[in-house]
Design a protein around this ligand. Structure first.
Ligand SMILES: *[C@@H]1O[C@H](CO)[C@@H](O)[C@H](O)[C@H]1NC(C)=O
Ligand SMILES: *[C@@H]1O[C@H](CO)[C@@H](O)[C@H](O)[C@H]1NC(C)=O
Length: 458
């Protein structure tokens, strides 16, 4: 009888440990999610001054197997162009990290990043998507589209996992969306710009030439990647966090077959998910907009918590003004790697660059960084003006900032909101640890009693 009780308690303690682990995992996922949302500034609520654009689900997509991770149809938001912009199209690919294994992909199924059931029914069009000339001087009257991201592999996966009812159909979503937009007037485009930020910025690099080939030769087609320059970098502990993540995405989601052959014939597929191995071979004109100290990469690739378990880097990671000289040197090395990565790319006349020495992420989507009185500049030129000058061939744009701290126009991100989520995750962990301690204590109590009884019984 007692033996059974002990085993029940032991089981409970094991379950407790398991629970605390998975609970911690969940909180960790939530923290990562809120970091992404913070960085990519989700614009959902509405006020009088904002342009809210409704979500359209791609109805025919499911029959082509073009579905989100959970099997629901993908979607987009379209605001029609006017007057001189009526035959110009801007496609913005939404970002939102990647899911790298079954667990992280399954958890996306109940969020907007993996299911259209959870997508906002309308979103705020700001920055490069704004319809106001004073906020978006060159693209405001174009047809502007935001394609939602719900596959977790930068619109490039192909496959499925039956056991967990997961669909990896990024590439099919891309194709179905392009087909739908072509049928909705994009086939008559005189000019088109494929853009995207973060995981969407990587997608813009991956799909740039495919996009170009949708159109006749006479259409002016270019691509913009914002915060998509993810480097194959070494973290503060000497590990390769992003390479490990990308290895997971590429393998799990069957990305290899959709990567450019010019790269996969030379390198392993995971390397071919890194822009540094792709950008020199893109035939279509491309613009790279990136913060040299990209806030997401600093947080998740260079200084992930797993590489800094004691939190020595926490202050620096949350706020650059708290970095000491050796930490700053590490970040300067990262900037140098970024400049090396764009070296060959930048030699082509058709390409453009804007690498500012800021701690930011997704500067084309936010109004404050895209275009405004005090928006970031290099050589007195704002980001919106630089991208416009390059797109319309007004001037060449190869803007590379001097290293930190010389640029006083930055809108650097400081993380407080995100820290509070991480704090919650610690307290949850503590609660479960206490549960475990309690069960261990009960086991030892009953166990000593039972040993005694056992001895007396003898
Ligand atoms: C929508 O975007 C505009 C321009 O950035 C901003 O002024 C407005 O506050 C935003 N609305 C919401 C509710 O986010
Ligand atoms: C900077 O901080 C790190 C982490 O706390 C520490 O290891 C390093 O010695 C410090 N460097 C300097 C120059 O103070």
């Amino acid at each position: 009888m007692k033996g059974v009780l002990i085993w029940v308690l032991r089981l409970w303690s094991v379950v407790g440990i398991g629970l605390s682990r998975s609970e911690y995992g969940l909180e960790e996922l939530k923290a990562k999610e809120s970091l992404l949302s913070y960085l990519e500034k989700d614009a959902v609520s509405s006020d009088a001054n904002s342009l809210m654009v409704p979500l359209t689900l791609i109805q025919g997509a499911a029959s082509k197997g073009a579905v989100c991770l959970d099997g629901t149809p993908p979607g987009y938001h379209l605001d029609r162009g006017l007057a001189s912009g009526a035959n110009s199209w801007l496609i913005q690919l939404e970002g939102g990290g990647w899911c790298t294994d079954i667990r992280t992909c399954v958890s996306r199924k109940t969020t907007r990043r993996g299911s259209s059931k959870f997508m906002e029914r309308q979103i705020n069009f700001t920055g490069i998507l704004s319809n106001k000339a004073e906020e978006n001087p060159d693209f405001y009257n174009w047809n502007r589209v935001k394609l939602r991201y719900c596959d977790g592999a930068s619109f490039a996966g192909e496959g499925q996992n039956e056991a967990n009812q997961l669909y990896f159909r990024g590439q099919r979503i891309w194709s179905a969306a392009m087909e739908e937009l072509m049928a909705n007037g994009m086939q008559n485009a005189e000019q088109a710009l494929l853009s995207g930020c973060s995981a969407g910025g990587l997608a813009s690099i991956l799909h740039c030439d495919e996009f170009k080939y949708l159109f006749p030769k006479t259409t002016k087609v270019k691509c913009l990647s914002d915060a998509g320059l993810f480097l194959d970098a070494t973290n503060v502990a000497g590990g390769h966090t992003l390479r490990d993540m990308y290895g997971g995405v590429v393998t799990l989601q069957g990305v290899q077959k959709n990567l450019p052959n010019t790269c996969t014939s030379q390198m392993d597929p995971t390397s071919c998910f890194f822009p540094q191995n792709l950008i020199a071979n893109i035939k279509t004109p491309m613009f790279l907009l990136n913060a040299a100290y990209d806030a997401w990469q600093v947080q998740e690739s260079l200084i992930p918590s797993s590489a800094d378990p004691h939190g020595y880097w926490n202050d620096c990671k949350m706020d650059r003004s708290h970095c000491n000289s050796s930490q700053m040197q590490f970040l300067q090395d990262f900037r140098n790697q970024m400049l090396d990565a764009v070296n060959v790319f930048s030699m082509s006349d058709q390409n453009g660059l804007f690498i500012n020495s800021c701690f930011a992420h997704c500067q084309s989507e936010r109004q404050d960084t895209w275009y405004g009185n005090d928006s970031p500049r290099i050589g007195s030129k704002a980001i919106a003006v630089s991208v416009g000058d390059w797109f319309f061939d007004r001037t060449a744009v190869k803007a590379i900032d001097c290293p930190y701290p010389c640029d006083n126009t930055c809108h650097d991100l400081v993380f407080n909101d995100v820290t509070s989520t991480i704090t919650i995750s610690r307290s949850t962990r503590l609660k479960f640890s206490l549960l475990n301690l309690l069960s261990a204590f009960l086991i030892s109590l009953i166990c000593s009693k039972c040993t005694m009884e056992f001895q007396f019984g003898q």
